[in-house]
Design a protein around this ligand. Structure first.
Ligand SMILES: [Zn+2]
Length: 443
């Protein structure tokens, strides 16, 4: 029995005992209802393929002496993946955007070469991890059929997506090279404009191309021709709308959120979501706290009280690069009593110094609900952005993945709908993109 199911069962048993003979049956009824709900969600979670389309990593964590076969202090690793019942993931072949202000050769051959080498290092790490380090546990998939086959064999499924087309430089042949290395989606930009397109950061910094560059337009055509999904996450609205108009195959947002619920440039407004839908594509709504909820900063009193509680329980600061994972790992090391004590202190702090807590699972699923209402159940999916800044309270590492399904069941989503959200839609798009590539290559 999994930890989650065991926990639910224990809560149920305790509720039964404490209710006692003669007391109100209300508590019994509600725990029984909760138990039924958890059971139903558990059955669905085990049945459907759960795919997370965006997880970051450092090559060292994949193929180092200490690697993802162990429970590292990372949000994603194989033990967490197994605990959470997560079946498949896209490893992000991410390289950050170098700007000319930092490096004058950012858009010259030397700058492109540096970025390309970093991407190759990540491609190689995923291949080594799946082929040499953990081939009995996880396998690389290159298409939807691979994914279904590997999943049926009881292994975890790895896929690769490129985050930031900066890494191809000005050499369109690199797109084919990345396809051959296993890339199945590619986002033209990250934060900051590059040689292919404007990034969403232009809302603050101004524009370079007013959308796609001539090379960026060529790249979209090449992605279509090869069968790589065009990923519009991190692109500016204009870039995104141009990709939607230009692409001959459905497009995806591998990790984005609806802007109507959280007005940040990184998110997609309704017009964009409707344009994405018209291509037949899918938005993978991501659990990135600051894209899900804009929060007021804590009062000095609240901040001090929270810091004192963390210190008492030896918990690190939760914000800053890599810190959510470290915090989550430290939290798991607390004894049951320690954890309960900490939770009690948090509740007390909420009462004494009310604040605006960061996004939680309910806020996250609100975004899924919104997208489903606007563009329909066939065009929405799920991503975490773990180890790249993602994670919300309740889905803060891969071991908590079941909580997402539970919340979807709580809100009345059916098994068939959950199957679509958790990967069915993305697989449909992947199939379509590869079928269209086949047709384009014939002509
Ligand atoms: Zn990203």
């Amino acid at each position: 029995m999994s930890r989650h199911a065991l926990h639910a069962l224990l809560s149920f048993v305790i509720a039964m005992i404490t209710a006692g003979p003669g007391s109100s049956t209300l508590a019994q009824t509600s725990s029984a209802a909760e138990e039924t709900l958890v059971k139903k969600a558990r059955a669905i979670h085990e049945k459907v393929i759960t795919l997370d389309t965006h997880i970051d990593f450092s090559p060292g964590d994949l193929v180092g002496e200490r690697n993802y076969t162990q429970r590292l202090e990372t949000q994603f690793n194989l033990p967490n993946m197994i605990d959470g019942g997560l079946d498949a993931l896209f490893f992000s072949i991410y390289v950050g955007q170098t700007r000319e202000a930092q490096n004058p050769d950012a858009f010259k051959p030397a700058g492109y070469e540096r970025a390309y080498k970093l991407a190759v290092e990540k491609f190689d790490a995923v291949l080594r991890f799946t082929r040499e380090i953990a081939p009995d546990k996880i396998e690389l998939a290159l298409n939807a059929a691979d994914m279904r086959r590997i999943n049926a064999q009881g292994k975890k499924v790895a896929l690769m997506g490129v985050e930031n087309g900066y890494t191809i430089g000005e050499d369109i042949a690199r797109v084919k090279e990345f396809y051959d290395r296993g890339a199945r989606y590619l986002s033209l930009t990250h934060n900051g404009h590059n040689q292919l397109a404007d990034s969403q950061t232009g809302e603050r910094d101004g524009w370079k191309w007013n959308g796609l560059s001539p090379l960026g337009k060529q790249v979209v055509g090449e992605l279509n021709r090869l069968g790589i999904m065009v990923d519009v996450s991190h692109a500016s609205k204009q870039s995104m709308m141009q990709m939607a108009a230009l692409s001959r195959a459905p497009i995806i947002a591998s990790h984005s959120a609806p802007r109507a619920l959280c007005d940040v440039s990184r998110n997609m407004d309704d017009e964009q979501l409707l344009a994405l839908k018209r291509t037949g594509g899918v938005i993978q709504v991501f659990a990135y706290s600051s894209s899900i909820k804009t929060t007021r900063p804590d009062s000095p009193e609240r901040a001090a009280a929270l810091a004192a509680a963390r210190k008492e329980h030896n918990l690190p600061e939760p914000t800053g690069p890599g810190q959510p994972a470290r915090f989550q790992a430290a939290l798991k090391k607390l004894s049951a009593d320690g954890r309960a004590e900490y939770e009690k202190q948090l509740a007390e702090i909420d009462k004494q110094h009310p604040g605006d807590p960061p996004a939680n699972l309910k806020d996250f699923v609100d975004h899924i609900d919104y997208a489903v209402r606007l563009i329909g159940i066939d065009h929405v999916g799920i991503a975490s952005d773990f180890d790249g800044g993602g994670g919300v309270i309740g889905w803060n590492d891969a071991s908590e993945t079941f909580n997402v399904t539970l919340e979807l069941v709580r809100r009345g989503y059916t098994e068939q709908q959950i199957e679509k959200l958790w990967g069915g839609n993305l697989l449909r798009v992947m199939d379509a993109v590869q079928r269209i590539a086949g047709e384009l290559q014939k002509n």
